[in-house]
Design a protein around this ligand. Structure first.
Ligand code: PEP
Ligand code: MG
Length: 854
């Protein structure tokens, strides 16, 4: 046997089982975050009990049955010391097996501790160890100890007897054997399937390693003031400075947090006794140590501590668990205190954390009675009474009752109902379907494609998989963040746009090197875009404007017009309304670019599909019903999304684009006259051939010339093309010379590249993703291989033919961090996304810029 001194040297020189000293070779990547943190605490000369760290490699070998030199480890600790073992995964958030305390307890030490600490403390320590060893190491059912009720020593003896009866062997007495068994059991637990799945769900790689730390126990039980607790300097829910935690006399581990009424507050508190009163010096030291940890570890830490006969020990430090709001506040405060840089503060916030802040959410600890699931199409949650039509939604809003609009799928006719509803739920549709796009645009929680519920609209019923029936007026909750539909009204957490959020956004703007615009159709959208500091509007879908009250009938009249002259006459009536729309947008955007897309959808979307609507239309137009139905039937298309829409209407029914162009130019003159310089951008949708652009450009140039002459006013404008057909991307070289900009509409481009209907893909998308056919829903996460190749080809060819051409993306992908990375790499000038996604996009872009120089 080696001399104990040499054994110590063996541990110190062995990186796989190393004493945690200031210089020991410990990294988070080899020994885990907890071991590294403990080393930092040692470097800060905090009163940390002696600790040995086992590396990932050592633990892997232990799991295979190859134990390290256990006696060498034990020899690092004073004779008779009790030990604890805790997990140390690379990222503490990945978790690990529970800690095991008081290793080394046996009859001899029990007798010695009785002398030193008194019988009660010694017995509590021994009993706790026997039980946790039995359950966590020997894997006995915890029920085995249910019948252990004996008071005093009898309880301990009963526990030992229960162990021996179950395992038919004595409780192990040798501390080294106990430690070896604990290490083996924890190493193997890490390899278990459920542990693996759990940590992978938290982002851990499949082969993530586990380190272990073996630490001398600071007992927390015994003579004088003894106990344990945790302290942190901020509230993990709000992120505001507040000493938070509990302390419990005569306790170990995290007992103080288990709701024991005897647990003390830390700071003096009117609600009850405090550690500050009980042990003022220890409290002062604890507070000072926590502040030092914050400054030097550059993070808000939760300090786990024990007091042993009045002396304070710092056992551990873990990153404070935090809500999204707290995460932002903490990062900003650390930067304001110059503990971390602004760049680091930005890097610490996950972009999707922001989207949680922007919307009401279901409180994380609320009970969820889930009745259905679909695609999480627009984040946030809302509760309300079920309504099945847009009209009911409006009536509900008029009464002041929150409602959830439930539809098979929504169409432009539902827009006002959507505005009136608190959330939308649809049976069909995917991430770029109508409900999803509008929902994200106006910040309305939305779940689409909820195909695991039955929508029996004829009976106004929503039927869940297990047969529960929900009907008009019943209260449900739509969680657009998770895609869940819940019965009733769970507790909510409000959106939290505070000063810290605004600061973080300002800092992000300083770092961004790609523009972020918003897709905004209405003055309200534009205002939201301004509030989030969007650098302009990247897509204004003008067709939504025609569904406004008073316009739809005029629009229908226009569609029914027999001749070009008749059409023009009707459009004359829409002109002032359109002019007012654009004037408002230009005013709100105060000279920032506004990109207006000319009319895009097939005309029959504006026509009523049911008998009642058709009869009303016949009355309004003073036509026989049969005429109306015949015309509607004649306009129906087998495949409207690939039919007469977009620029195809611009070429075949040019009066609509001419009216829109005139409205844009007249609004430009109006706003220019107030001192705000406006250079409108006009975008042609669904282009697939150069000639389409030439024709539309000629006609719009003619309108511009006419307006300039009539008004005797000069103005500029930029004309561009929406690249959303594969052919437009491939032929960008001949299209770009006619354009000031090319904006990639990745919704349609994805639809057409895959030949996959964006409105129907929801039906099988989850099967496709589950079976690995697609890594993700390509309408949600840009397919950088296929659609991305078209983007690259289009951008390269367009730029080569027209070097100054502005490149951007305005499909729903524009707000996704992955797509932003792609666009930035491809040299795009800006991305445009729903207004509520602007902050997420801005943070993601800032992180990319920071990451590029780090
Ligand atoms: C697109 O197709 O990517 C786009 C932005 O337009 P829309 O969603 O209106 O078709
Ligand atoms: Mg499109």
């Amino acid at each position: 046997m080696l001399h104990p001194h040499n054994l110590g040297a063996a541990v110190q020189n062995n990186p796989d089982t190393t004493l945690v000293t200031a210089q020991a070779p410990i990294t988070a990547e080899t020994h885990g975050g907890r071991a590294k943190c403990l080393q930092r605490l040692v470097r800060l000369e905090l009163p940390v009990p002696r600790t040995v760290a086992l590396s990932f490699d050592a633990v892997k070998r232990i799991a295979r049955g190859e134990l390290p030199d256990i006696r060498a480890i034990v020899s690092q600790f004073p004779d008779g010391a009790l030990l604890c073992v805790r997990p140390s995964s690379e990222d503490p958030d990945w978790g690990g097996p529970g800690a095991i305390l008081n290793i080394g307890m046996n009859e001899v030490r029990f007798a010695a501790l009785k002398e030193r600490l008194g019988e009660t403390a010694a017995r509590a320590i021994y009993t706790r160890f026997v039980q946790s060893y039995a359950v966590d190491v020997a894997r006995l059912d915890p029920d085995v100890f249910e019948d252990v009720h004996g008071e005093g020593c009898e309880g301990l003896r009963e526990a030992l007897r229960a162990y021996e009866n179950e395992l038919e062997e004595p409780f192990p007495a040798d501390p080294s054997a106990q430690l070896a068994a604990v290490l083996k059991s924890m190493a193997r637990a890490w390899d278990g399937t459920s542990a693996r799945l759990l940590r992978q769900a938290k982002g851990a790689p499949a082969d993530a390693g586990l380190g272990l730390v073996v630490q001398e126990m600071a007992l927390g039980l015994g003579q004088g003031e003894c106990g344990s607790g945790v302290l942190q300097l901020v509230d993990g829910d709000t992120g505001l400075p507040q000493i938070t935690g509990r302390y419990l006399s005569q306790s170990q581990g995290r007992d103080a947090l288990e709701g024991d009424a005897a647990a003390l507050y830390l700071r003096r508190d009117p609600r009850g006794a405090s550690l500050e009163d009980l042990a003022p010096e220890a409290f002062q030291d604890l507070q000072a140590h926590a502040a030092l940890m914050r400054a030097k570890l550059r993070e808000e830490m939760q300090v786990e501590f024990a007091i042993e006969n009045g002396a304070l020990h710092i056992l551990d430090g873990v990153r404070v668990a935090r809500s999204s709001q707290a995460a932002v506040r903490i990062a900003v405060q650390l930067a304001d205190d110059q503990i971390i840089s602004r760049a680091e503060a930005l890097m610490r916030i996950q972009p999707r954390t922001l989207s949680e802040l922007l919307h009401r959410q279901i409180s994380p600890n609320a009970k969820r009675d889930i009745i259905g699931r679909g695609i999480a199409a627009s984040p946030g949650a809302a509760t309300g009474q079920i309504v099945f039509t847009a009209a009911e939604a409006q009536a509900s809003a008029a009464r002041g009752d929150p409602c959830i609009l439930v539809r098979r799928e929504t169409s432009p006719e539902d827009i006002r109902g959507m505005h009136a509803a608190h959330a939308v739920l649809t049976e069909r549709g995917g991430i770029t379907s109508h409900a999803a796009v509008i929902g994200r645009g106006i910040g309305l929680p939305c779940v689409v494609g909820a195909s695991n519920m039955r929508f029996i609209l004829s009976k106004n019923q929503l039927v869940t998989k297990d047969g529960r029936v929900f009907t008009t007026g019943e209260v449900i909750t739509v969680d657009g963040t998770s895609g869940e539909v819940l019965a009733g009204a769970p507790k909510m957490r409000e959106a939290a746009l505070d000063e810290s959020f605004r600061k973080l956004m300002d800092w992000a703007t300083e770092f961004c090197d790609i523009g972020i615009r918003a897709n905004a159709d209405t003055p309200a959208d534009a205002q939201t875009a301004r509030n989030f500091n969007a650098q302009g509007i990247g897509l204004c879908r003008t067709e939504h404007m025609f569904f406004e009250a008073g316009r739809l009938t005029v629009m229908r009249e226009m569609i029914f017009a027999e001749t070009s002259e008749d059409r023009r006459a009707v459009l004359e009536r829409l002109l002032p309304m359109q002019r007012e729309d654009f004037t408002q947008l230009f005013r709100i955007m105060e000279g920032q670019p506004v990109c207006i897309r000319l009319f895009d959808p097939p005309l029959h979307e504006f026509l009523p599909s049911d008998r009642v609507g058709q009869r009303e239309l016949a009355e309004a137009l003073d036509l026989p019903l049969s005429d109306v139905t015949r015309r509607i039937d004649a306009m129906s298309e087998y495949n409207p999304m690939l039919g007469l829409r977009g620029v195809r209407l611009g070429v075949t029914v040019p009066e609509i684009y001419e009216m829109q162009a005139r409205a844009i130019f007249e609004a430009t003159i109006e706003v220019n006259s107030t001192g705000t310089a406006v250079v409108p951008e006009i975008m042609i949708p669904l282009v697939s051939a150069r000639r389409e652009v030439e024709l539309v450009k000629t006609s719009i140039d003619a309108v511009a010339a006419a307006v300039r002459t009539e008004r005797d006013q000069a103005f500029d404008y930029r004309l561009g093309v929406m690249v959303e057909t594969p052919r437009a991307a491939l032929r960008a070289a001949e299209i770009a010379p006619h354009c000031a900009f090319l904006s990639f509409g990745t919704n349609d481009l994805t639809q057409m590249t895959y030949g996959l209907s964006r409105d129907d893909a929801g039906r099988f998308m989850s099967d496709y993703v589950q079976q690995g056919v697609f890594p993700e829903d390509p309408f949600h996460v840009l397919d950088t291989d296929g659609v991305g190749e078209l983007l690259k080809v289009g951008a390269e060819r367009g730029r080569a033919a027209q070097p100054g051409v502005t490149l951007s993306i305005c499909g729903e992908h524009g707000g996704n961090p992955e797509s932003i990375a792609f666009c930035r790499d491809a040299g795009f000038d800006y991305v445009s996304c729903s207004p509520f996604r602007v902050p997420v996009a801005r943070l993601a872009a800032a992180q990319l810029a920071i990451g590029a120089v780090m």
